[in-house]
Write a protein that binds this ligand. Structure first.
Ligand code: ADP
Length: 420
């Protein structure tokens, strides 16, 4: 079977988000980490594949090159349509990378029109009259105007995108969207004939996004946040394969945490308070050459194999500041990532078959250490936090990669103790 849709996400968490959305729409979906190459393989029978890049804040030419490489690879897997996933708050600089990447993907595909919609109604992101709202505020009045990397001080999407492309940008407003699929298809065609290349569409609800999806199945390149991708996913005929997932039925369960985000610290406290075995890694001791990995593995071997364990480097803001003052921020992070990556390999070799990893960078370190390039996306334990399935040297693994602030406070305990 060949892919129906391929996605390119401009950051890793966005990749997980859109992969979970496609899976919710009933598509058997794989998630690929980083630019794939000839040796990157997909799990069998996928309907959709998402390539998660780090191209949101990189120089535009790098973002374009990585996105084009991902598009070529998706085409080799049969994807007729490519979806460019960016943030639901349109995070970008005044000159990119949303415009340059979309234009490059369209040029490569020979496309002359595309539709954009960054709405994500469950998260309060809606588009009305071409203006992006975050709950009841315009984007430019919301806290996103103070974002450290991409401060968003304008909410008018036609204006924002026009600054990032030399092509024409226009709006299909909600009065058309509410008329349904045919009306949107006709409006896109009319815009294309008028020389518009980027069409922005209003959307207030998931139903609006389903209309947009059904209207744009034939476009080679489409773009937006996870909601529009889910709308497209619903428009493709369901294969019913999303349920046949290779959940490993034997083996131990573990959490490895490297995130110092407030929510992860709460999840660690919840796990500890439940009385489950947990171990804090001494990062400073590891830096002085103590065999912290060996000690952690010896501790792991002594634990009751029926219980999930937690091993964490995560630290309170005070402790983190003290470690960083001594080792330097980059060196401290490198030490922790090396430590958790090595531990992940050893734990999987020792029979861990359900592994929850907390932290974006930490997840990158763990998947690299395990040699995992692509995973099949499974059920969400919490919004935006799906189980995934990976093949490793030591066997099949259920892997949950969690961005620091995601998941409810009881996620670790619940995800690892609930019977499947
Ligand atoms: P999040 O998703 O919460 O941002 P990340 O894993 O992306 O989490 O980032 C957390 C960073 O903090 C990682 O680079 C990790 O190596 C580093 N880190 C974790 N624990 C410690 C610690 N005890 N001392 C210093 N750095 C740490």
């Amino acid at each position: 079977m060949t892919l129906r849709i391929g996605c390119i996400a401009d950051d890793f968490t966005g990749g997980t988000d859109v992969a979970a959305a496609l899976r919710r729409a009933g598509l058997r979906t794989a998630l690929v980490f980083g630019v794939p190459n000839d040796t990157t393989t997909l799990p069998a029978d996928c309907d959709a594949a998402v390539v998660a890049l780090k191209s949101r804040s990189t120089p535009a030419d790098e973002a374009v090159a990585d996105s084009l490489a991902a598009q070529r690879w998706l085409w080799t897997k049969g994807a007729a349509q490519v979806y460019f996933k960016y943030c639901s708050t349109f995070d970008s600089t005044p000159h990119g990378n949303i415009g340059p990447v979309t234009d490059a993907l369209m040029d490569a595909a020979g496309a002359t029109v595309t539709l954009h919609c960054p709405a994500s109604p469950p998260n309060g992101r809606t588009v009305y009259q071409g203006h992006l709202f975050v709950h009841d505020q315009l984007l430019s009045d919301s806290p996103l105007r103070h974002h450290p990397l991409n401060p968003m001080t304008d909410s008018a999407l036609v204006r924002l995108l026009s600054a990032q492309t030399r092509h024409r940008v226009a709006l299909i407003d909600w009065t058309t969207v509410r008329l349904g699929t045919e009306a949107v298809r006709d409006a896109v065609l009319a815009q294309q004939q008028a020389g518009v290349r980027h069409v922005i569409a209003d959307a207030l609800t998931d139903e609006d996004l389903a209309v947009l999806g059904a209207a744009t199945l034939e476009l080679p390149v489409v773009a937006g946040a996870a909601g529009f991708a889910e709308g497209l996913g619903h428009a493709y005929p369901a294969t019913g394969q999303a349920t046949a997932e290779p959940w490993p039925d034997r083996g131990r369960a573990a959490v490895l945490a490297g995130s110092c985000s407030a929510r992860t610290l709460e999840q660690i406290a919840h796990f500890y308070a439940t009385g489950l075995p947990s171990l804090h890694l001494d990062v400073l001791a590891a830096a002085t050459g103590r065999d912290v990995t060996g000690e952690a593995l010896a501790w792991y071997d002594e634990q009751d194999p029926t219980l999930p364990v937690l091993i964490y480097a995560s630290a309170s803001p005070e402790e983190l500041a003290a470690v960083q003052a001594q080792l330097g921020v980059t060196e401290a992070a490198a030490q922790v990532e090396e430590l958790l990556g090595t531990l992940a390999s050893h734990l999987v070799e020792r029979g861990v078959r359900r592994l929850l990893v907390a932290g974006g960078e930490t997840s990158g370190a763990v998947t690299t250490a395990l040699g995992v390039r692509a995973v099949l996306v499974g059920e969400e334990a919490d919004p935006g936090v799906p189980w995934t399935y990976a093949a490793t040297r030591s066997g099949d693994l259920a892997l949950m990669l969690k961005s620091g602030n995601f998941g409810a406070p009881d996620l670790f305990t619940r995800a690892l103790t609930e019977a499947k």
